[in-house]
Design a protein around this ligand. Structure first.
Ligand code: BGP
Length: 458
């Protein structure tokens, strides 16, 4: 039991979580740059430390970092393009050539190292000026701002990008950095999403015209949900929560609003403004493949719903049958097999696991990190993916682990929540040498990929 010969093995990062150099070579501030401590630390313009400003300095170290990834036998690398490097305020007539050169050089270098490139066009890096001036994505003008950015990157990077993702996690919380809205109400939230659906389809339209054969996906945050008991009420509550979450990818993958959307809108008093051609566009240009993150599962009861999400989409309880990470995320490899099956049943489109991994507190000792727990996590998730492909016949064509090099956490802004097989010497306050050191999981991953997933022993 193996993966197909052309299966992709790689790693995924996001510009704002690794590049740093936040005001270098013409870049201006993006929405990510005013998050002092991740999503739960609020937005501040007076804090003394912002993790994205320096991050792990990938902007300057990308060559040696990418070499490490190629050494681990990766054949694909996923990152995002920081919009504010290309259009620093979002409103310039001409793009910032230095920003375009940076990405072109980086992606060309990936190819030289034998790695394909997957690009997330928007991973919470909207130019701050646009948001300060025009509000967020509930303003329809954002479709045009975004499309100008997209046309530019497609024009300039089409020769070095292999796969495109229009947006990162439409279904997850992160209101401000993603949507640019300060006051998230159901009305503003779903209006933003509608504009993003339209924008995503426009990208696919021009992408297919400009690059015949190019494939477009998006990033869907897939946290499997189970009913907490077999009580009919819990099972139905779980089903409904699942659909709240599925709504986003249902629209983008099927190309239409599902019937249950109206129920959500009725309950939340949402009245979407749509232009005549919107639904036709969404229908004609759905995603070519379904790509998703999978870190955890959760359980749902009818009695209450624990969530940090103002829109109540992501959330749920822990699972007494599963161990959890220090951040309380249940570790559930079988859930990945479940997701792969469920997503294929639902959409019948090729699948790609574009984020997965274990955020843990690593101990640096004997000059390295002995992260047997990470190896075990990855091995069990690879086995689950292999079972979905080989036993269940689910077409999944690739896997990119999240954060192969330790980087800044999206939700908490911490460095101590580490995912990598390469340790980066930096703490939560930005102190450290930034030196890269291979952890035990590096050699293990290298061996696994060399065997194309046949040897998962640990
Ligand atoms: C994903 C995001 C990533 C990311 C990851 C892990 O949903 O796309 O940007 O960081 O979650 O989350 P965290 O960093 O909060 O542990």
């Amino acid at each position: 039991m193996k993966f197909s010969e052309d299966f992709y093995w790689g790693g995924a990062v996001a510009a704002n979580q690794c590049e740093g150099a936040y005001l270098e070579d013409g870049k201006q501030m993006s929405t990510a740059d005013i998050k002092a401590r991740g999503f739960f630390g609020g937005l501040r313009r007076d804090a003394d430390y912002y993790p994205t400003h320096k991050a792990i300095d990938f902007y300057h170290t990308y060559k040696s970092d990418l070499k490490l990834m190629a050494e681990a036998n990766f054949n694909i690398f996923r990152t995002s393009i920081n919009w504010a490097r290309i259009y620093p305020t979002g409103e310039e007539e001409t793009p910032n050539q230095k920003g375009l050169d940076f990405y072109h050089d980086m992606f060309k270098y990936c190819h030289e190292l034998g790695m394909k490139v997957m690009v997330t066009i928007s991973h919470y890096e909207t130019p701050l000026y646009l948001v300060d001036t025009y509000g967020g994505w509930d303003n329809r003008k954002f479709i045009e701002f975004y499309m100008k950015f997209v046309r530019t990157i497609v024009d300039n990077l089409d020769d070095v990008v292999d796969y495109w993702l229009t947006f990162n996690e439409l279904n997850a919380i992160h209101g401000y950095a993603k949507l640019g809205i300060h006051k998230e109400t159901p009305q503003t939230f779903y209006q933003c999403q509608h504009h993003m659906f339209v924008a995503s389809s426009k990208v696919i339209k021009i992408g297919h015209e400009m690059m015949p054969g190019a494939m477009f996906g998006a990033m869907f945050a897939m946290s499997e949900m189970y009913p907490a008991t077999c009580k009919a009420e819990d099972v139905f509550a779980c089903y409904e929560h699942r659909r709240m979450n599925y709504f986003f990818i249902d629209v983008m993958a099927r190309g239409k609003y599902p019937n249950y959307a109206q129920k959500i809108f009725d309950e939340k008093n949402v009245h979407l403004h749509m232009e005549d051609e919107d639904l036709e566009l969404i229908k004609e240009y759905p995603l070519d493949f379904v790509s998703f993150s999978y870190y955890r599962s959760s359980t749902i009861t009818a009695d209450h719903f624990t969530t940090m999400d103002p829109m109540g989409i992501m959330g749920g309880e822990g699972n007494p049958y599963l161990p959890s990470t220090p951040w309380g995320w249940p570790i559930d490899p079988l859930g990945l097999r479940y997701c792969l099956n469920e997503l294929y049943d639902r959409y019948q489109k090729p699948l790609f696991v574009i984020e997965n991994g274990l955020g843990e507190i690593d101990r640096f000792e004997d000059g390295t990190v002995h992260d047997s727990y990470r190896i075990e996590y990855l091995s069990k998730h690879f086995q689950a993916m292999k079972d979905a492909i080989n036993i269940d016949h689910v077409p999944c064509f690739g896997y990119t682990m999240w954060g192969p090099l330790d980087l800044v956490s999206l939700s908490t802004g911490e460095m101590k929540k580490r995912y990598g097989f390469v340790y980066v010497d930096m703490d939560d306050e930005g102190n450290g040498t930034l030196k890269r050191v291979k952890k035990d999981s590096f050699a293990w991953m290298k061996k696994v990929i060399a065997s194309n997933g046949e040897d998962l022993t640990y």
